[in-house]
Design a protein around this ligand. Sequence first.
Ligand SMILES: NC(=O)c1ccc[n+]([C@@H]2O[C@H](COP(=O)([O-])OP(=O)(O)OC[C@H]3O[C@@H](n4cnc5c(N)ncnc54)[C@H](OP(=O)(O)O)[C@@H]3O)[C@@H](O)[C@H]2O)c1
Length: 279
Amino acid sequence: MTEILITGNQGQLGRAVERLAAKRGLSVSGSDLDSLDITNAFQVEQWIATHQPRTVINCAAFTAVDDCETKEDEAESINGTAVGYLAEACHGCGARLIHVSTDYVFDGTKTTPYVESDPTEPTSAYGRTKLAGERLAASVPDHVIVRTAWLYGLGGRNFVEAIRRQIDGGAKELKVVADQHGCPTFCDDLATALLDLAKVEAHGIIHAVNSGDTTWHGFASEVARILGSSIPIEAVTTQAFLRPAPRPAYSVLDTTRLQTLRGRPMPTWQDALARYLQS
Ligand SMILES: NC(=O)c1ccc[n+]([C@@H]2O[C@H](COP(=O)([O-])OP(=O)(O)OC[C@H]3O[C@@H](n4cnc5c(N)ncnc54)[C@H](OP(=O)(O)O)[C@@H]3O)[C@@H](O)[C@H]2O)c1
């Protein structure tokens, strides 16, 4: 029997979950689009029935936020409908589904951290499709929906690497948005939390991000500082840097529930970033 199955194991989070599960000595098996397309209900059912896992951690997703605006049907089938296939297959063999979701299910109009019970109101196609996935995950009793945010991890295409690339490429200055607030989160810390949640009696929605919050500008400034760069970083507004998909202005997540379940807080985002950049 495989204890943990992971979808999207070539993505930045899936890789971290697989590596850290193996390090804990768990029997783990992962797949990605080349071996299992989660939008294929038959493949999903066969894969889960064959492995008879205790837990399935769904890290697969259509994550290109701006592309979702023009490919909402494709995004919906991966981020929404396919989660229903995973949920049904898990239910069929008594496995727990841990499904990863996003802060983009919120509209960002709050000014204090979002708790799990706050009303959702996505403003982007990505957020709508991820919310559809949450609802399908919640259609079976043994589910956990873990909302996270602003992820970066080893081997991933992410904001930290984009800043590092520009610094290494000799950019003279950077312009970074300073009016969106969120929680940068290291995939290794999130993966550790997901594996801990697989062990405890927990159901429903749980917010999991590194502690503290900042803006993209604050995040970029900390990347530069740790890399020893004095590159000027100009603070710009969202309006000056318009993208196809709207982003929430404030999507800080409250992690009290996670902290209670695990008995310890998540590391701060600054500590996590330093560990990532040194690894
Ligand atoms: N990245 C963030 O900042 C962020 C923030 C909040 C929440 N999240 C959520 O966190 C989770 C992990 O994100 P991530 O950053 O690790 O994403 P990622 O690096 O883009 O990894 C997602 C993986 O899923 C694969 N995939 C796509 N369609 C698939 C399908 N039909 N069947 C099987 N696999 C498929 C992708 O393959 P291809 O690359 O070949 O498409 C990729 O390997 C997702 O649920 C995401 O929505 C991410």
